[in-house]
Design a binder for this molecule. Structure first.
Ligand code: ATP
Length: 239
């Protein structure tokens, strides 16, 4: 479904990604782990179209999207739940969800309203908070809203940047359970996380990044059983 080949990202002199090649199969749940600065966020930004690729290619469903603007990628079925959630604080929960459907504004209101209802069923706490300003939500509720907003575009691939950030383990566990449910219903997910244990338990395949490169990849259960020591070394090594 997603085929990334030799992707390069640079910020001036800094090479954040060096020839990264990864794949996500249809309906697969794939993890990317690595220490701070390994290039995980840069990868997701490049896949969503928020930063420009300096080389390589991104193919989604057989179509080259490497240089496609972000809004057109959303239309193709790639949605991102960004680092730090980035919900719009002065807007209500409902308004944030509406924004997620911006690319679908030509569709019938009733179709969009039905999707919004499905998302509010998925995260019942958001239904209770529907008229509340996003800024007043807890961290966990904001993360749910960020996921809900991304789902409003009806993605086929969901990019998740560090969804555990700043959340209590219990709260994140609840969010993970919902992500697993979405995945079971056929949504492909690419999740970037610093927490290797949680990632390897949740995903079927993972990539380990270090200083802008893939240094290990494999089934998450193999990485968990055989290679976690190596995974941990990769963290220590990247300082
Ligand atoms: P983190 O978990 O801390 O977000 P990461 O693995 O997501 O780390 P990136 O944020 O992709 O890593 O950063 C990769 C490298 O690129 C780092 O060395 C970082 O300092 C650098 N970098 C990221 N964004 C920029 C930017 N806008 N300008 C300059 N350098 C940047």
């Amino acid at each position: 479904m997603l085929e990334v080949r030799d992707l390069k990202i640079s910020y001036g002199q800094i090479e954040a990604l060096k020839n990264v090649s990864i794949q996500v199969g249809r309906g697969e749940f794939v993890g990317v782990i690595g220490a701070n600065g390994a290039g995980k966020t840069s990868l997701l930004m490049a896949l969503s179209g928020a930063v420009r690729a300096g080389g390589g290619s991104v193919v989604f469903d057989g179509e080259e999207v490497t240089h496609l603007p972000q809004h057109l990628r959303v239309g193709r079925g790639i949605a991102i739940v960004p680092e730090g959630r980035q919900v719009l604080g002065p807007l209500t929960v409902m308004e944030n969800l509406e924004l997620g459907a911006y690319q679908r504004r030509a569709e019938a209101r009733a179709v969009i309203a039905r999707d919004r209802d499905m998302i509010l069923d998925l995260f019942p706490i958001l239904r209770q908070r529907a008229r509340q300003l996003a800024a007043t939500l807890s961290g966990g509720e904001q993360q749910m809203l960020a996921i809900g907003r991304a789902l409003m575009s009806r993605p086929r691939l969901l990019l998740l940047d560090e969804p555990s950030f700043g959340l209590a383990p219990m709260v994140f566990a609840e969010i993970l359970a919902t992500l697993r449910r979405l995945h079971a219903e056929g949504l492909a997910c690419l999740m970037v996380e610093q927490d290797a244990h949680v990632t390897l338990e949740t995903t079927s395949r993972s990539y380990v990044f270090r200083t802008g490169q893939v240094i290990m990849e494999g089934s998450s259960s193999e990485l968990r059983e055989g290679g976690l020591v190596l995974v941990e070394e990769s963290y220590l090594g990247s300082g």
